[in-house]
Design a protein around this ligand. Structure first.
Ligand SMILES: Nc1ncnc2c1ncn2[C@@H]1O[C@H](COP(=O)(O)OP(=O)(O)OP(=O)(O)O)[C@@H](O)[C@H]1O
Ligand SMILES: [Mg+2]
Length: 283
């Protein structure tokens, strides 16, 4: 009887030991899981912290590059000669700059309002328009420009003939782009306008001015002659010329830009924008 009782007791004690071992293992596993979760949380936190800081750093570098590229805020497309492509280049250049990631607004100073009409068509296609286009009178121009202080760049579309207007635009500009067609007439007509710019450069030496040859017909000797004549005038001529292409007229009439067609015209405008930015950042 006693023997039986003892053997039962031993079995009972063994079971208890197994239970204690199981409990210990269970506690160990729980502690291990808890530590694992804490470690996971710490790793997650570190990952999010690094991710956030890397993103902020990239954003900061990107903004620094932007500020550098567009440190010249006011680009004007001006020539007193009519029909040389001022409005066409204004709209497409603004779009190229915008596509490059910068904020841009356009000011239409021409009483004819070509760019404003284009913007009205554009806002029917693209709600809100690609970028703001404002039609201002020259007397308001200096004050109105202050409204655009948060933009990377403002592009002004000039008007033909009106000397008073051209002088007002030159005064507020950082960079003047002079579109010119490859004809001797256009070169001669630009001389008096260039004199206005040179006068202004005497009081504002960092004012930049550049010719851009528009409506080029490739493989004609006229382009070379015109470029040589322009170089004599003392204002640099951009390498990137704009060819005569149907898509410029078509897109202007449709309220879009050549970038919505993605043809060769878009590549030409992009090259022009890049060269323009390089020219102003290199100096
Ligand atoms: N590279 C080009 N290829 C084909 N057509 C062009 C080109 N540039 C301008 N045009 C066309 O020439 C005409 C005049 O262009 P635009 O209106 O841009 O000139 P502008 O200098 O602004 O004229 P204005 O002096 O009257 O303001 C428009 O019909 C336009 O579509
Ligand atoms: Mg115009």
């Amino acid at each position: 009887m006693l023997k039986h009782w003892l053997s039962l007791k031993i079995i009972h004690l063994q079971k208890c030991n197994i239970c204690i071992d199981l409990c210990k293992t269970y506690v160990k596993i729980s502690i291990y899981c808890l530590l694992q979760n804490v470690l996971m949380l710490i790793l997650l936190y570190v990952y999010m912290y690094i991710n956030y800081n890397v993103h902020m750093y990239i954003l900061m570098c990107y903004n620094n590059v932007r500020n550098k590229e567009y440190k010249m805020r006011v680009f004007s497309v001006v020539n007193q000669k009519g029909g040389v492509g001022k409005s066409t280049i204004t709209i497409n250049l603004a779009r190229a700059i915008q596509k490059d990631g910068a904020s841009v607004a356009v000011i239409d100073c021409d009483p004819q309002g070509t760019t404003t009409d284009w913007a009205a068509l554009n806002s029917n296609i693209e709600p809100g328009g690609f970028f703001p286009v404002h039609h201002y009178h020259i007397k308001d121009l200096p004050d109105r420009l202050a409204e655009f202080k948060d933009y990377d760049c403002v592009v002004i579309d000039g008007a033909p003939r009106l000397e008073e207007l051209s002088v007002a635009i030159i005064k507020v500009s950082d960079v003047i782009l002079i579109p010119i067609q490859p004809s001797p007439n256009d070169v001669w007509a630009s001389i008096s306008f260039v004199d206005l710019i040179k006068e202004r450069q005497k009081v504002k030496p960092d004012l930049k001015a550049m010719f851009v040859v528009n409506r080029q017909k490739p493989n004609t000797g006229a382009i070379k002659e015109v470029r040589a004549a322009l170089e004599q005038i003392g204002i640099p001529v951009l390498e990137s010329g704009i060819n005569d292409r149907v898509s410029f007229a078509k897109t202007l009439g449709n309220g879009v830009t050549v970038f919505e067609e993605k043809g060769k015209a878009a590549s030409e405008i992009k090259a022009l924008a890049n060269e323009l930015l390089k020219a102003i950042n290199d100096e």
